[in-house]
Design a protein around this ligand. Sequence first.
Ligand code: AHR
Length: 648
Amino acid sequence: MAGMKTPFLAAGACATLAVALHLPAQAPSLTIDVNHPTGRVSPTLYGLMTEEINHSYDGGLYAELVSDRAIGHGFGALVHWPMVARGNSAAEVSVDETAGPSAALPRSLKIAVTAATDAAPAGVENDGYWGIAVRPHTTYSGSFWAKSDSGDVPVTISLENDSTGIAAAKTTVAGLSGEWKEFTFTLTTGDAALSANNHLILTIPRPATVCFNLISLFPPTYLGRVHGNRADIMELLAAMHPKFLRLPGGNYLEGDHIATRFDWKKTIGPWVDRPTHQSPWAYRSSDGMGLLEYLEWCEDLKIEPVLAVYAGYSLAQEHVDPGPALEPYVEDALDEIEYVSGGADTRWGSERAKDGHPAPFPLHFIEIGNEDEFDRSGSYDGRFAQFYHAIKDRYPQLQLIATTPVKSVTPDVLDEHFYMPAEESFAQSGHYDNHPRTGPKIFVGEWATREGDPTPNLEAALADAAWMAGLERNSDLIVMASYAPLFTNVNPGAMQWAPDLIGYNALSSYGSPSYWAQVMFAANLGAEIVPAKLTGTATRIYTCVTRDRARRKLYIKLVNATSHPQPLTILLEGVGKVAPRAELTTLSGKTPNATNSIANPHAVIPVKHTIAVSGTQFVETFAPYSVNVLVLSYQSEQPIRLIEQSPD
Ligand code: AHR
């Protein structure tokens, strides 16, 4: 997490000078020079950053309902797999260290049933991720790997309510033998009540010893993708109008140790060939969200991956020296790029085709490492250069992102991270206003105002919007920006980092006020940056303006971070006519602490109004504690001035 750099004088701060010098207060106004755009808005400005943190995938977006489905090293002593013995039945549940379905998963869940009948079976249960959501009239798809020392013993699988013990759905699987084999099943609920307090039970009706692994259950997923993502969370993401997904981290890319980095080749192919791995965020990842699943997530949202490749540094100060030792990691990155973007006739493109996706994915940006300023060995310059040359040689069209400044080569883009308290986000709204335009482009790959827990409150949303206004005003320089972290499971013990943009439990999800501010900004991006000057006595007002010349639309974003309504005279220069009605979307609340939660997901959400606009000069009053997007339709009074290299 990079800290902030040089402070600057914010637009809001300029407007307070009148007070400081005891000059007469002047009604604030915003003068917009519509016909003299200063640059192009980056069309890829707003996107998403992701990693396995706070149960982002396991217990989050990845729709798997069973926790610790892979019985592997490091998953703990079967905490999620307690024994079930009905009536007079008896069984022992243990980890068999000697028998697993594959070399990647050498262990299994062994159930030794010593007494059981049809009426009183025995087995195991799984509590899911803080419960398992059951919905009425829904079909769940399940599977497991199993082998039996006792011939073809039937396995009954049911979804049962924790408090009533009533099964919402039940089925039986037969055909087990002494050989490991995968079995599939479905569970279909009837009029079951909607609830999150359910568990999955597997039982056996007679004495037998059965080993299991990869016990899995999926609800219907977004776009019906097999083993795909939770529909409610994907819908929240789609509404953000993202343009890219930075994956797979963050610290999760690096791992605490080189051995626990995101080793992409171990995350592809059938689950049975994925060994799972320990993440730096204190729990083990199933790697169900492997490289291909990340790419399919992008495909489902119609966005592009920004692929971060492991660059030879892990968080416990382990690094690989540039030179021959680093070469295998460089080769691994080249293979990864080929897996993502190569034709099905290439070595790794053909692996992707084998994994079920013959078509290559679009790819334009590769990030080399993550936050390598923390590598105290100082090896990043050399490591970056080695990756840079190897990737550019083979893929000259790719834009390469450095995670901290380097001297030996010039990166195309530099990734900068900002985690700030609210006052700093406000103060830094103009951070990039005077940034030189001669160096690499900027990717603000992680940013957030850290107020609110588990998800940001309205104060954070105001500060985030002030910060975003600065990003958008400078989006000739800033090619992409993404908030982090994106997700948290809100259950006690699930979260490692607060705040997080989107919260959820087993049953439902919600967007924080900051989420809604991003939705508003990204839905009204515009194509060109328009100069706007705030004058008069107004503190804590932050703004940026863009236009879409082809559609004759002007997008005015304005944050009123004060506790009072703020009247503002808006002056449109270079405009002949303005449509008499405009659309004003406002996100506001009574106090800066106002927030959303699972219990109250829509306490702070944007509201759209139509407002009357009297001409090219009009007064509009902005609500206390509000983020606003005002969309005006205009006609130019002069021939429209194009900015250089305008695409249209
Ligand atoms: O977003 C949480 C963490 O903050 C990321 O993993 C890391 O890149 C940064 O330090």
